[in-house]
Design a protein around this ligand. Structure first.
Ligand SMILES: Cc1cc2nc3c(=O)[nH]c(=O)nc-3n(C[C@H](O)[C@H](O)[C@H](O)COP(=O)(O)OP(=O)(O)OC[C@H]3O[C@@H](n4cnc5c(N)ncnc54)[C@H](O)[C@@H]3O)c2cc1C
Length: 412
């Protein structure tokens, strides 16, 4: 039985690999030659991550997704790429440009959404919390081993009763002598069941929100993996309970004094999610293009029909505008001009467009579009998480709306 399953997956992986190989770069998605805008270093980073995904990630992604298992085998291989920590400078991190950081997210999600979320939680949410809000000592302690993926991070903001209104979080951090004592619950926390350090967001005795570093094995901390997901099945989110979790006073992120500081991290990582959405759309488009060129109905390849060509052209138009949005946003980020609203607009717009592209691709593969072996189904399902996490479509629009009108629509 086991052997049969392994054989079955070998076949599937070969088919996936063939489909990718047959999608030649000339048919690719860089229609407006944005490659010309890249530096040699950015191009090298992109190519390295793409090769890693084609060689290591895509062949196993469907199987892990189906079994809802996390691909731990890929973690040391990812470490070897030297990209973890993204744009963070120093502390063993690569100090990538904004564009290169974005391209890493794009290529990773073109490979697999679940592994991208593992990477995004660790390298984005957890490491950026430390980089933006940590003291020198906290950065020195955590960032170098995290960049080598020897220590894994998680970011615990969402609670059972507070998702979009995370600003109203109920987890408490009480100061007791030289310690903080944490009590509360968290939900949807990526990597938390095996992370070495979890950045837990909690409200102190004065009512101010701060980030608190909870290390693996701290008594009173329990994380249970959530099951039954229809999206991003191969990455684990956990429900956490914090029951009188006692941590040293020095474990509060030094620069975290209010929810505004939490938002600084979220703005940085929403930038990454905007790129991530493009990767899903590209994977689905590439598969639809390859499939419709091969699949014949009514006596000729589907791609030879006018309506299919129109649909492919529209998909490529969406992808191209998503790419342009990301490239401009990266310039704004690099110049220190990116506002919360700009990051939210890109996340909102790209997630929405990518959701349409993956749905279109799924339909263009007919019945095969719901089979994991044809790749598109996984991206179709994974986009459902992208549309929701790091702030839903609605919440992004309300952040943009606040910048447009000067009026706060989401305060309590
Ligand atoms: C796969 C996955 C991974 C995640 N990883 C993490 C993680 O690592 N760490 C973490 O802290 N969190 C994580 N999250 C949580 C995520 O950020 C939340 O799911 C998200 O913020 C939405 O919160 P919610 O699910 O509670 O939905 P709700 O906030 O309950 O929203 C439900 C619906 O109501 C709408 N809504 C809410 N407020 C308004 C309003 N004012 N006006 C109009 N409509 C409104 C929303 O847009 C949505 O459509 C993850 C979620 C998922 C699905």
């Amino acid at each position: 039985m086991r052997d049969h399953a392994a054989y079955h997956w070998t076949l599937i992986n070969r088919k996936e690999q063939r489909m990718i190989a047959e999608t030649a770069p000339s048919l690719g998605t860089d229609f407006y030659l944005m490659d010309d805008l890249l530096t040699d270093e950015e191009r090298a980073v992109r190519d390295k991550v793409r090769a890693f995904c084609d060689r290591e990630v895509i062949p196993v992604a469907g199987d892990y997704w189906d079994r809802a298992q996390f691909p731990f085998e890929l973690v040391p291989k990812l470490a070897q790429l030297g990209i973890v920590g993204g744009s963070i400078k120093g502390y063993g991190c690569p100090g990538l440009s904004a564009v290169a950081t974005g391209l890493v997210g794009l290529e990773m999600s073109r490979g697999d959404g679940s592994f991208t979320t593992f990477y995004g939680v660790h390298s984005g949410l957890a490491m950026q919390s430390l980089a933006i809000l940590g003291s020198e000592e906290q950065k020195q302690q955590w960032l170098p081993p995290m960049a080598r993926l020897e220590k894994i991070g998680a970011f615990a903001l969402t609670e059972p009763d507070h998702g979009s209104d995370a600003v109203a979080l109920a987890t408490r951090a009480h100061r007791d002598g030289d310690a903080w004592v944490l009590n509360g619950q968290k939900r949807w926390i990526g990597n938390a069941s095996f992370a070495d350090v979890v950045v837990v967001w909690a409200r102190d005795d004065e009512g101010n929100v701060g980030g608190f570093l909870v290390e693996k094995g701290t008594p009173g901390f329990a994380a249970t993996v959530m099951t039954g997901k229809i999206s991003k099945r191969a990455v684990w989110q956990a429900e956490i309970t914090l029951n009188d979790v006692r941590i040293p006073a020095g474990n509060r992120l030094a620069g975290s004094r209010s929810f505004k500081d939490t938002s600084k991290v979220l703005t940085a990582t929403r930038y990454g999610v905007a790129w991530e959405a493009v990767g899903h759309a590209i994977a689905a488009y590439e598969a639809a293009l390859t499939y419709t060129r091969q699949r014949a109905q009514f006596g000729k390849p589907l791609a030879g029909f006018q309506i299919i060509q129109q649909r492919l052209a529209r998909m490529l138009a969406e992808i191209t505008s998503m790419q342009l949005l990301c490239f401009r946003l990266s310039q704004l980020l690099e110049a220190g001009k990116m506002t919360d609203g700009m990051a939210s607009l890109a996340k909102m717009q790209n997630a929405r467009r990518a959701r349409e592209v993956v749905a279109d691709a799924r339909d263009m593969l007919g019945g095969n579009g719901i089979l994991l072996e044809y790749i598109v189904a996984r991206h179709f399902a994974d986009m459902e998480a992208v549309i929701t996490y790091e702030g839903t479509d609605t919440i992004q629009s309300l952040i943009v709306g606040r910048e447009l009108t000067g009026l706060q629509a989401i305060s309590r």
